[in-house]
Design a protein around this ligand. Sequence first.
Ligand SMILES: C[S@@+](CC[C@H](N)C(=O)[O-])C[C@H]1O[C@@H](n2cnc3c(N)ncnc32)[C@H](O)[C@@H]1O
Length: 420
Amino acid sequence: MRLSADRLMAARQLMRVEDGAFSSRLSAGGTAPAARVRVLEALRWQRAIDHVLQPRCRRELEQLDPEVRASLRIGLVEAMQLGLPPALATDGAVHLVRRLGKSSAAGMVNAVLRKAAAEWREVLEASSIDVRLAHPQWLSSRWVENFGSESAASSMASAQERAVTWVWFFDESVTSTLAREGVNLETHPWCPGAWSAPENARQLVQSVKEGAAYAQDPSSQLVAHVAKNLSSDGDRFLDLCAAPGGKSALMLRLGRWAIAAAADLRPARVGLMRPTLARAGECLVAVADAMQPPFAFGAWDLVLLDAPCTGTGTFRRHPELKWRLSPDSVGEMAEKQKQLLASGLELVAPGGVLLYSTCSVEPEENEGVVSDLPTGFELEDLEVVMPDNVPWIPTDAAGARILPNPNGDGFTIHAIRRTD
Ligand SMILES: C[S@@+](CC[C@H](N)C(=O)[O-])C[C@H]1O[C@@H](n2cnc3c(N)ncnc32)[C@H](O)[C@@H]1O
């Protein structure tokens, strides 16, 4: 009975994601774990699932009613990824499509899934790696071209893993309290101050809810550590694209800045980050467009531009992004990023640094944005400021790229120093 309710919730969420909702926001409202895992796994494996389903359906999957499509995808992902025996997964999907009001499709769902759930392994074994690892073909080819076939394959495989929750603590002494309460905390292999609790995930989530910890991918946390390590005489920090506030909050917590300001274009997101930043330290918070920043020019020792991007490093947490991006998305985003960078550079104090970061691994959105700098600015090598053991590779513009890996999302960072 419970599983049937979870499948129903999962199908409804999948249909909402098809209509443009984000899975991470839908699940924020207390989705049951069994429903959430079905949504995320169905989105994550969608290309592989559809590759198995399509030849067994008479009509194009895209032309089926959304209720039928969702039932088929949930049924097959239960067999492929959740270990349900084919017959149980099929029966569950038949029951589901009836509950969704499409009883007329029950026979078809039964016939398609009986075959698909029994045959998926051999179908996928015979397919190309982009199908097997459920990535769009254009993206897989682009990663092979940019990073080589081995790195592309391991990046895609990592993007298919379920994301581990990593946090940092506003006050690290909480870790001792949690340990005394029996929470088995683990430190991260390369991100300083990042903690997880695979055996006690619920307690860790509770710490986040109570405001003692902040959940953030280690690659994203790393930006704050790199910022702290960059040499600078001054202590004024400005974050131009700050919401929901994770990097600014960690930078405040690392405590190097006497004056800090964090802004974002979207008022609702600024509202979200206010309490986080208030917990971390003193910071001016503003709604502002980074294209026309209302801040003093040439006055900030560190400007963080954590730019809006395609997010190709974050598929593990946002699997539907893979299906929303197109080959044009990268170039379109790069144009916007170049404008943001030009505007951000005007704010940097002499001797100061602009740290440009994205959770995209695409060169056009990173080295392609920072390589054409105005006079008086120079790219700075990140080697000396990178914490030990980070699995980064250098970019063509002295930056650092982390490809999606078992311990973190994909990310790219460049530092630009004002030299005049
Ligand atoms: C990658 S997210 C920032 C994440 C944030 N730094 C953190 O660590 O929590 C990019 C942000 O840029 C904001 N943004 C997009 N265009 C902007 C603009 N023109 N001015 C200011 N913020 C903008 C978006 O609203 C979004 O919150």
